[in-house]
Design a protein around this ligand. Structure first.
Ligand SMILES: *Cc1c(COP(=O)(O)O)cnc(C)c1O
Length: 445
């Protein structure tokens, strides 16, 4: 089996060339000629193999991964269970199209989703290829099931880049600029952003609800769509009580509560789902990123009485729930469970928060440190203010990259550094990565 081959990847960060190295630079030349300029690479080192939290590039540099390919490789790279499951499935068959002839792994993934997502009610799922596609389908289903059209989304939200999801996403550059016209019947309301608004969860929820009632009318709203912890928008953790108050309002007005857990789901936040933290039970959950260990798979899971209202043939797609991706999801879920990675995410939270909070005491550019589990970020400000400092964020990311660490920026103001390490990262690796981040912050401050 593939997994029995000795891994040649070390466990330490090791920079052996300038970054990007000569072979990466040569590949990048080739890329410029044939890959659309509309796609960018945060860090153009070309990866050859990976193991755990270490990526190895074509020049032999060992890079510490604090991004997990944007919260995807939560279980780390080169996990034997995943390699075996995927290899065996590729050998057995790669595709039939679930809508033509089904297979067991699709059903088994939906069983896992029903068991793991919040609430003990009857649930059904539909599987897709990308997060955007899952969000689009959740909106389709909510509109059909309620007979209403309006969709409520939040400031700083990110829900994808397809036409409907661009409309749901808040930020113009780079996601929406000149790509319109956008889909109608999308309404944006204020988010709870404790660092900037200072409101309690109840106050922020009252503000959002009032906006909806005044500007849209509860009886027109099909769904309220929210990331329980916002991802691209800046790892914004709403104040306690915000999500429960919204959930209560939606259920008393026949509005479908959709939790977009595409970034926050699957153990990332120290719970299976971020809404679990406050016991919120959404009507529908969208998942993708951490679900299948790097294989493209996404899902909408919801109350059976909503999901099953869709007419026969109303949902689907050629590749959705592809068998290779489906067995990867089963192996991923098994790994998350067997290795208690929920618990590990909580340990990583403590290491990251302790380190970043003590750094915050020493520098004037960190305004806020926040997040849960292994979804932790700090917001960079102009000293003495809460004004965004995107220049510092850029220089920290670049310092990290030069020193062999992948760190990602996010935030509406481009001024938040987020950390999403694979949950199998060792304490030693994480401390090493944090020391590079701290040196980058000091250099920028
Ligand atoms: C990444 C993301 C999406 C879009 O997923 P894609 O697979 O990139 O289409 C949607 N919602 C959230 C919260 C995300 O983080």
């Amino acid at each position: 089996m593939v997994s029995s081959i000795e891994s040649s990847v070390g466990t330490e960060r090791k920079v052996v060339t300038e970054l990007p190295g000569p072979k990466s630079r040569a590949l990048h030349e080739r890329r410029q000629a044939v890959v659309s300029a509309g796609l960018t690479n945060g860090f153009p080192i070309y990866i050859e193999r990976a193991d755990g939290a270490i990526l190895v590039d074509v020049d032999g540099n060992q890079i510490l991964d604090l991004g997990s390919g944007i919260a995807v490789t939560t279980i780390g790279h080169a996990v034997p269970e995943l390699i075996d499951a995927v290899s065996a499935q590729v050998a057995a068959f790669t595709h039939t199209c679930f809508m033509v002839t089904p297979y067991e792994s699709y059903v088994a993934v939906c069983e896992e989703l029903a068991a793991l997502t919040p609430g003990t009610h009857a649930k059904t799922s539909a599987l897709f290829n990308s997060g955007s596609e899952a969000v689009e389908n959740a909106v389709k289903i909510a509109r059909l099931a309620t007979g209403r059209q309006a969709i409520v989304v939040f400031d700083h939200a990110y829900h994808g880049r397809t036409n409907l999801t661009m409309a749901l996403t808040a930020k113009n550059m780079p996601y929406k600029d000149r790509f319109g016209p956008f889909a109608p019947e999308i309404y944006r309301v204020p988010m709870s952003y404790p660092f900037l608004d200072g409101l309690s969860g109840a106050e922020a929820a009252a503000r959002a609800i009032e906006t909806i009632e005044v500007q849209v009318g509860a009886h027109n709203v099909a769904a309220l769509l929210i990331e329980p912890i916002q991802g691209e928008g800046g790892f914004i953790v709403p104040a306690d009580g915000f999500l429960p108050a919204l959930s209560e309002w939606t259920s008393s007005h026949g509005v479908v509560f959709i939790a977009d857990e595409i970034q926050s789901g699957f153990c990332r936040t120290g719970d299976w789902f971020a809404v679990d933290h406050e016991g919120v039970i959404p009507d529908m959950v969208t998942t993708a990123k951490g679900l299948a260990g790097g294989m493209p798979l996404a899902a909408v899971t919801g109350r059976a009485e909503l999901m099953n209202q869709v007419h026969e043939g109303g949902l689907g797609g050629t590749y959705g729930g592809n068998p290779v991706a489906a067995v990867a999801a089963l192996a991923t879920i098994k790994t998350l469970r067997d290795r208690n990675l929920v618990g590990r995410a909580r340990e990583l939270e403590k290491i990251m928060l302790d380190s970043l909070r003590s750094l915050q005491q020493d520098v004037a550019i960190i305004g806020d440190v926040r997040g849960r589990g292994a979804m932790i970020a700090f917001e960079l400000v102009q000293p003495g203010t809460k004004n965004p400092n995107a220049t510092a964020a850029k220089s920290i990311v670049s310092y990290c990259n030069q020193n062999g660490v992948i760190a990602l920026a996010c935030g509406t103001g481009g001024n938040v550094i987020r950390m999403l390490p694979p949950l199998v990262i060792t304490d030693e690796q994480l401390r090493d990565g944090l020391s590079v981040v701290a040196a980058g912050v000091r250099a920028a401050g």
